[in-house]
Write a protein that binds this ligand. Structure first.
Ligand code: FMN
Length: 193
């Protein structure tokens, strides 16, 4: 039976969006029923002012369907990607997570596979804490966070908690070939579960 996959992201400068697209393109090659959704971001324009690169993907991002919890209810695999903001998920992603509240008591998300990823300015910027914020949220919802295997940890210096792409001080360093290959590998692993 075909797996249902939802990829939910927040992105201002485009990097988390590019990763979401890479995941989308990979899952489609497995004929998985895949949707890509962006979280609502009322602060987009304010955040974008800080980065000259922000306009580059703005229209593409805004063209993507907005995420709502109900759209994820029948997913087998959920990918959540957020920029690291102050060692945590972004406010827009947190607001989306909090909107799961009506479904907590019913454990409607129990057993769904969750893979986290983040984009982060620097290697000391708290990416692992952002990934853990996503994973802990997922556990509260009964989801199963999927770890990154040791081969990717040792070759790419990823934390075990999810994938990371470092964007640099201006948020303009786009995902490297290694990050794209890691997305490919994690897609394959998720499809085999
Ligand atoms: C409000 C705010 C807080 C941020 N906090 C951090 C941080 O704690 N650590 C870090 O390395 N980068 C931080 N950054 C940089 C973001 O991680 C970076 O802009 C983001 O990964 C770009 O993702 P995007 O291209 O998907 O928007 C912050 C950026 C903003 C706007």
């Amino acid at each position: 039976m075909s797996k249902k996959v939802s990829i939910v992201f927040h992105s201002v400068c485009g990097n988390s969006y590019i990763m979401a697209k890479e995941f989308y393109n990979e899952f489609v090659t497995y004929n998985a029923e895949t949707q890509i959704l962006r979280v609502k971001d009322p602060n987009y324009d304010e955040l974008a002012k800080q980065f000259t690169v922000a306009g580059q993907y703005k229209n593409e991002i805004l063209d993507i369907e907005e995420a709502e919890v109900e759209k994820l209810l029948d997913s087998d695999i959920i990918i959540i990607g957020s920029p690291t903001y102050f060692g945590n998920v972004s406010g827009a992603m947190k607001a989306f997570m909090d909107s799961f509240s009506p479904y907590w008591a019913g454990a409607n998300f129990w057993g769904k596979k969750l893979l986290s990823y983040t984009t982060c300015g620097t290697t000391e910027g708290g990416a692992d804490m952002c990934l853990n914020a996503i994973n802990i949220f997922g556990q509260h919802m009964g989801m199963t966070p999927v770890p990154v295997p040791a081969n990717l940890l040792t070759t790419q210096n990823f934390p075990a908690y999810g994938l990371v792409h470092y964007v640099g001080d201006y948020s303009n360093m786009r995902p490297s070939r290694e990050v794209v290959l890691a997305i490919k590998e994690m897609t394959e692993r998720l499809m085999s579960l």
